[in-house]
Design a protein. Sequence first.
Length: 201
Amino acid sequence: MVIFIEILVLLMTVLWLKWRKVQHPFLYVGLLILSCLVNRFYIGSFLPDFTWFLWDFVTLFIVVILGMVFFVVDFIVLNMIKEKVLILDFLYILKGKLQWRVFLLSSFIAIFEEILFRYYTLTSEAMPLILLLIISSLSFGLVHIFFSTYDIFSKTVLGFVCGILFLLTDHILFPIVFHVTYNLFASKEKSYSMEVGNLGD
């Protein structure tokens, strides 16, 4: 039950930051890391067996492609909602100048989010697996409320996909790679204002 208390604390912190209109991601990051460390003490290591076979590399490649596809779909939906524009130029969507600091920070956060929201939550035996997947996805979506209302929906779906990836592969690396691939393209600065994660409330 420790994991659910930690997720509740994270959600309450993010909601409090949103209510106070404070953009302070370091408090969230600090709590995220602390939660992973606490679970490391209570549950054990999240590091899986790294015996790799050819199929694992094929799966890794497929996961990277899925991360790109998810970003493209997310980008298209966001722009249809925000700008009422349907952009189907996939090369344009995937290009842009990479903001390295944003990407590195978001990837660092993504690793700990996957460990907490996927590994420690979905390996809990407190509830049925489907309920754990729903809680994991919804809570992951809700902690992104400080970006925008759209991000709650978008990141809930992303969390669900990462959860399914973890359950299918039984390896935390695959959802991490999916999440980091998504962040890679989301961190690219476009030449216009339509960026993923910038939809206002």
